[in-house]
Design a protein around this ligand. Structure first.
Ligand code: ATP
Length: 443
């Protein structure tokens, strides 16, 4: 393929808690550009470090890869639309980056990896843009540029897709009414679809006043499109778009946290040995410590994750790999790892010394006093030492992740454990962008 005139457009931080949505902006941009440029990949929805403190929701950023001649005019249109659809008055700090190469440079790739695992300062991003002579636009303080660069530089090692349907303006703010059984049926029919519901709770709809009607996630685009036709609702969304994403891949945990620093807001994994027994605090959250590379690391499992029963049963000597993010120190705690994943690698033996049992009478022997051995009260048989009794452990080696209602966008769901989606090339004949013209169902 001729690699000239290829442009990546990365965008982030267009929404606020009160409105707008960066993925909806991506949808509107595609609608604007689709007659003017050639798309050469699916739009990307990249979730970055979920532990940074100033994210609005799921720390998502987007990028588009296009081929275009006479880009100057289009560049202005992209900027204008982004500014129009950004909630700048209520705190959004949009950033747009234009990158004029086919493949991201190693520096961009490394920047994106840092944004997935660490906290990046605004001064770092400014220096990065200048030293790499990148073309960018940011009407606010430049915070959104971090996500914009990272969405361009992200390299997939595994990916999923999300079909996001958007609401018409007149519907935004209204309750989303979707039939629960129809949501259950899509996941039963298409095994590659995940996290659509949990028990009787629908998980495909957000709760806020944003333009997203629903998002269906899975590993296969065709199944997502078929599934969207099975969703029963009276509302006709304005359209849908499919994003290629790192959601459901746990890529934010593909990093070893430096236990000697425990940098606040960093994400990744730590391998260690349980060194302090778990305790439960007032809220029902479980706290324990591990030793890793001669450092003590405090860990917390929150009750809503549904895995406190696992951490509660850890004992000293168990070898674990724990994944999550470092919470900064507070009045109550030092820096602590908020757990999103526990992998039990080795269980230590739970041993208790008990009074011996009489071999003749099968009765517990009585102590004769300190260091004086034991005696059977019935037949007077003697024994000098206590018996070693191994108490069966009620947890097993394996991976434990939160229940779906407590998943982050990035959390790898159970059904994707051990799986990698790597070779989906761009198929321009698939309807990855769609506008609903008439009735929603069955169109
Ligand atoms: P939504 O999920 O609705 O799109 P959001 O949670 O992505 O919202 P944003 O409003 O985009 O929230 O805010 C996240 C901000 O954090 C962006 O400005 C982004 O550039 C920035 N950011 C992302 N990753 C990092 C990081 N690792 N360090 C510092 N800033 C980051």
């Amino acid at each position: 393929m001729d690699n000239s005139n290829i442009i990546h457009i990365g965008i982030d931080d267009t929404d606020s808690k009160y409105g707008m949505c960066t993925t909806n902006l991506a949808y509107e941009l595609v609608q604007l550009l689709k007659q003017k440029v050639k798309f050469i990949d699916y739009p990307k929805l990249i979730r970055l470090n979920p532990n940074i403190p100033w994210k609005t929701r799921g720390n998502g950023s987007i990028s588009l890869k296009i081929k275009a001649t006479n880009f100057d005019k289009i560049r202005t249109q992209i900027i204008d639309l982004t500014v129009n659809l950004s909630d700048i008055k209520r705190g959004a700090n949009p950033g747009i980056v234009f990158y004029y190469q086919d493949l991201a440079s190693q520096k961009l790739i490394n920047f994106s990896r840092s944004a997935l695992f660490k906290l990046i300062s605004r001064s770092t991003v400014k220096k990065f843009l200048d030293s790499n002579k990148l073309d960018y636009f940011s009407p606010g303080n430049g915070q959104g540029l971090i996500g914009a660069i990272s969405a361009i530089g992200y390299q997939f090692n595994d990916h999923t897709f999300e079909l996001i349907a958007y609401r018409k303006k007149s519907e935004i703010g209204n309750t989303r009414k979707i039939n629960l059984d129809s949501v259950k049926s899509i996941q039963h029919k298409y095994k590659t679809i995940f996290n659509s519901y949990y028990k009787n709770r629908i998980l495909i709809t957000p709760r806020g006043p944003d333009p997203v009607f629903y998002g269906i996630r899975g590993d296969d685009i065709k199944s997502l499109i078929c599934a969207s036709k099975m969703i029963k609702t009276d509302e006709t969304p304005k359209g849908y778009m499919i994003f290629k994403s790192n959601q459901g891949t746990s890529s934010h945990l593909d990093n070893l946290i430096d236990v000697s620093k425990l940098e606040p807001y960093s994400s990744g994994k730590i391998v260690g040995i349980v060194s302090k027994l778990p305790t439960v605090n007032k809220g029902g959250h479980v706290i324990f410590s591990i030793t890793a590379n001669y450092n003590d690391v405090k860990c917390i499992t929150y009750k809503p994750t549904g895995i406190t029963n696992i951490s509660m049963n850890l004992i000293i000597g168990d070898v674990v790999r724990v994944g999550g993010g470092i919470r900064k120190a507070s009045k109550l705690h030092d820096r602590i790892l908020n757990i999103e994943l526990i992998e039990i690698l080795k269980l230590s033996k739970c041993i208790k010394l008990i009074n011996p049992r009489c071999q003749n009478c099968n009765k517990n022997m009585k102590s004769n006093g300190s260091n004086q051995g034991f005696k059977c009260v019935k037949c007077k048989a003697k024994c000098t030492r206590k018996f070693i009794h191994e108490i069966p452990r009620n947890i097993k080696c394996g991976s434990y992740i939160p229940i779906p209602t407590a998943h982050r966008h990035l959390t790898r769901p159970l059904q994707r454990i051990g799986m990698k989606n790597q070779n989906t090339s761009f198929d321009r004949n698939i309807s990855w962008f769609h506008i609903y013209k008439h009735n929603f169902s069955g169109e």
